[in-house]
Structure formats: structure tokens, C-alpha cells
Design a protein. Structure first.
Ligand SMILES: [Zn+2]
Length: 285
């Protein structure tokens, strides 16, 4: 049975419809995940749900232990990871309430560990195409099947936060060709790739970022209303998507580490081999 990991963002702290639920607090070599993993079944598919900021929204984007989160999802057997996140729109055509399934990222973070490697083992995974083509196709088709407006590609600028961008930055990111702006999904994409899990982002446009003239008129009540609406939409899309995942993974995500580990296996410290076994065990015994 396949396992799908879902990382919930702002507003998404529980997965509706999850059955046979079991809560697990995992300990990883990188510390504890943001919260207990909620493992259950959705439409006959095994699912592990994790609220990125913890229940009650306690963690800043910079404080989230991305390594522990992704390690925990790998450890419970996830092959697929869907990351849900609220974003600001950098494009007129991406209206608040729309979904975007990004195919690219630009990194503007600077204070977060973003790799499982180091301390005696070096690996360089390919990241030119940072999301899984198979999983993105499934998400897009699922959104279309339930009549949601979905933009099937886009560049996600990941900023450090917690403050939103300045107007100068917002204009700059638009010139760079970015489409949405958020604070969390890039580390998850990198770590999922290192752990050979198929990853895609479901980005929920909550507002226009501050480049937009209408932004000054936006009141927090509008943003929260759209956020809640988006969260309900995301749950429907995920429920529709999990049933149509391929039974076998034929994408390259599943073999991302095959030629990526550079360190001589003989030289990898044995404690590290043990710690990273769920990730590298296939290649470094
Ligand atoms: Zn894949």
C-alpha cells in the first residue's frame, strides 16, 4: 500500500475525512517534527498528515524543523508528499482563491538547514526540475475534475519572512518571473528530493502581494475568508488526487540519490549510516 504525506500550511491543521487515525510523535536524528504525525486512511489510501507550523500555529517559517518533518514522513513510508501552502500572488491572472501547482522555485531564504547530508557524507541531487511531474499531473487533474481554477505551472519565490516583502522586493520578484510568493515550500522540495519522495506543492493564493494596487484596500477579514475557503478546496483536491496516483513510480524522483552520493561509502561514519538509513540505506550499507 502506498503512503501519501500531506504537509498542511496556514489554516490546514487537520485533514478532513481521515479514518482509522493513529497519532505518532516521532523522534528523528534531526529532532522532533512540528507535531504528531496523524496517520490514517483517506479513500482507501494510507496518509500521513503533518501540520507544518504545529497545531495552534506555533512555529515561524524559519523555526519549522523541515529536516525532522521530511525525515518523519520518509520513516513512516511516504513515497508521495503534497505540501499545501498559502501564497501571495505576483500575477494579475492569479486571483485570490486560485490554486497554483508550481513547477519552479527561487530561493530567498538564508537561515534554514536544507539538507540531510553533511558531517561526513556529501551528496548533490539534481534539482533542475524541483517537483515531481507525475504528482503535479495528478494534482492538476484532480483540481480540474472538481471545477477549481488551477494554474498548472508557476515559479514560487520562497522568502525567509516572517515579515512580508517590501514593495520594492515584490516588484523585483515579478521582474524575475516569479508568480507566487511564500515562506516554506522550498526546503520541503529539497529534502523530499534527497529522500527520493515525489513532491508537489499545492499553493493557495490568498491575496495579491504588495505590488498590486488593490493590496492597500485588503482587510484581514477578506484574507481569512479566502484562506478558509482555500483550505476547504485543498482538502477536496487532495481527496480527489490520492485515488489516482500511479501504483508504480516511474519518475526519476525515486532514484534521485542513485548517483548523487559522492563520499566513499567506506569513509561514511557508521553512526551516520545508521541515522540516515531510511534515506541512504539503499545505497550505503
Ligand atoms: Zn516523482
Amino acid at each position: 500500500m502506498q503512503t501519501v504525506g500531506v504537509i498542511g500550511g496556514s489554516g490546514l491543521y487537520e485533514m478532513a475525512g481521515l479514518e482509522r487515525v493513529e497519532r505518532q510523535m516521532l523522534s528523528t536524528p534531526f529532532g522532533h517534527p512540528s507535531d504528531e504525525l496523524v496517520v490514517g486512511e483517506l479513500g482507501g489510501v494510507r496518509m500521513a498528515f503533518l501540520p507544518r507550523h504545529g497545531r495552534g500555529h506555533r512555529l515561524l517559517p524559519s523555526e519549522v524543523n523541515y529536516r525532522a518533518n521530511l525525515f518523519a514522513l520518509k520513516a513512516v513510508g511516504c513515497d508521495w508528499v503534497i505540501a499545501v501552502g498559502a501564497v501571495g500572488s505576483l500575477r494579475q491572472e492569479i486571483s485570490p482563491g486560485h490554486l497554483v501547482v508550481p513547477d519552479q522555485f527561487v530561493d530567498r531564504t538564508y537561515r534554514r538547514p536544507s539538507t540531510f547530508f553533511g558531517n561526513g557524507i556529501v551528496a548533490h541531487v539534481a534539482f533542475a526540475d524541483p517537483v515531481c511531474p507525475a504528482l503535479t499531473r495528478v494534482l492538476i487533474a484532480a483540481a480540474q475534475s472538481i471545477g477549481v481554477v488551477v494554474h498548472p505551472r508557476g515559479t514560487y519565490l520562497c522568502m525567509e519572512g516572517p515579515q512580508f516583502s517590501t514593495r520594492a522586493e515584490s516588484h523585483l520578484y515579478r521582474q524575475w518571473g516569479c508568480d507566487v510568493i511564500g515562506m516554506t515550500n522550498l526546503q520541503e522540495a529539497k529534502l523530499a528530493r534527497e529522500a527520493e519522495m515525489c513532491f508537489a506543492t499545492l499553493a493557495l493564493a490568498t491575496d495579491y502581494d504588495c505590488w498590486h494596487e488593490s493590496e492597500a484596500d485588503v482587510v484581514i477579514g477578506d484574507i481569512l475568508r479566502i484562506l478558509n475557503q482555500n483550505v476547504a478546496t485543498a482538502q477536496h483536491v487532495i481527496a480527489a488526487a490520492v485515488g489516482s496516483l500511479p501504483t508504480q513510480r516511474s519518475c526519476s524522483c525515486a532514484r534521485a540519490l542513485e548517483h548523487a552520493i559522492i563520499t566513499d561509502p567506506e569513509r561514511v561514519p557508521s553512526a551516520l549510516k545508521l541515522d540516515l538509513r531510511p534515506i541512504i540505506g539503499k545505497y550505503v550499507a
